[in-house]
Design a protein around this ligand. Structure first.
Ligand code: ZN
Length: 318
């Protein structure tokens, strides 16, 4: 049997701080979750919080080489543990997320924490430093604009529809045409769809993301897409991943096949293009399991627990 999820991925990744525009920073790490920051006139907006305060402090130390302004806003693109549990390190005045994200943290934050710790232990640097669940202090349903001050323009936080989760938001700088897309778009990493709404994500939600017309895009994981062509490619490749899953799993499902058949078909169809990308093997059993449920008419993703993770893994990869 292959090692569970990313439990055998224990080698540190190289982190790279990139400056994308005037006061716009991204930290990428060879397929580990990306984070970012936007400098306002008197404050900083941070995007994503990493898995633990200790992990986040490493990122903040890098950021502090460029700006010493206080963090007023910490923006969480969605509820997943590896993106939110480091929040306490930021000392942010305001923690912003979508309404659905706040509800999902209340509903399944504990289980998701245990699940993600088991799946991706390397990202949880000093897990004992996590003080508890992260609670957004400001939530919105459609759109929230932060004025950055001076001539720095505005930062628009927007909901584009259900996708990677029920509550993903993007952070958009219309002046510089830079987009932090969270896990709604992956540039050079496999998609995680275990909590997703595949059909909506592949259609209306990605259409809304594309319609922004970004010229640089920071996805959830992987390299920054720079330039309009690269942004379009990242979005279309995300759509292709979802479309291939929908085709393959849908065909097996409607023909009365088994979950295992669906897994094999989707894996075989995706592996030539995506098989070498970070977390592909880790994600596929959970992805196919959720899509199978979605096609069966289960509206909302079933909560992943550490135990359910192992059951699905053993069933599909055992
Ligand atoms: Zn996620």
């Amino acid at each position: 049997m292959s090692a569970f999820a990313s439990s055998a991925d224990l080698e540190d990744k190289e982190q790279t701080l990139e400056i994308l525009g005037n006061g716009v920073f991204a930290l990428t790490a060879e397929g580990d979750p990306n984070v970012g920051a936007i400098e306002g006139e008197d404050f900083v907006v941070c995007v994503e919080a990493m898995a633990t305060p200790v992990a986040a402090r490493g990122w903040l130390a890098r950021l502090r080489e460029h700006t010493d302004k206080p963090v007023r806003y910490l923006v969480l693109s969605h509820y997943h543990a590896v993106r939110v549990l480091g929040a306490s390190a930021f000392d942010a005045e305001v923690i912003v997320a979508h309404d659905n994200t706040r509800a999902l943290i209340a509903e399944r934050g504990r289980q998701d924490w245990a699940s993600e710790l088991g799946r991706m232990p390397r990202l949880f640097k000093d897990p004992a430093s996590i003080p508890g669940l992260t609670w957004p202090t400001l939530a919105f349903s459609d759109r929230l604009t932060i004025q950055l001050g001076g001539d720095r323009g505005e930062l628009v936080l927007a909901y584009c529809g259900r996708g990677h989760t029920e509550g993903d938001i993007v952070a958009w700088l219309p002046g510089q045409r830079i987009l932090f897309a969270g896990d709604l778009v992956e540039a050079q990493a496999a998609l995680y769809t275990g909590d997703a709404f595949h059909r909506e994500w592949a259609n209306g939600t990605l259409d809304s993301v594309a319609a922004l017309g970004a010229e640089a895009l920071v996805g959830g994981r992987g390299a920054v897409a720079r330039g309009r062509d690269a942004v379009d490619r990242a979005i279309e490749q995300t759509r292709d991943f979802l479309g291939t899953m929908l085709d393959q799993v849908g065909t097996v499902h409607s023909a009365g096949g088994t979950l295992r058949d669906a897994f094999n078909a989707a894996h075989q169809a995706l592996a030539p293009r995506y098989g070498r990308w970070p977390i592909f093997e880790h994600c596929m059993p959970f992805n196919v399991s959720r899509l199978w449920d979605e096609l069966t008419g289960i509206e909302r993703p079933v909560i992943w627990t550490a135990e359910r993770d192992r059951e699905v893994w053993d069933q599909l990869r055992g």
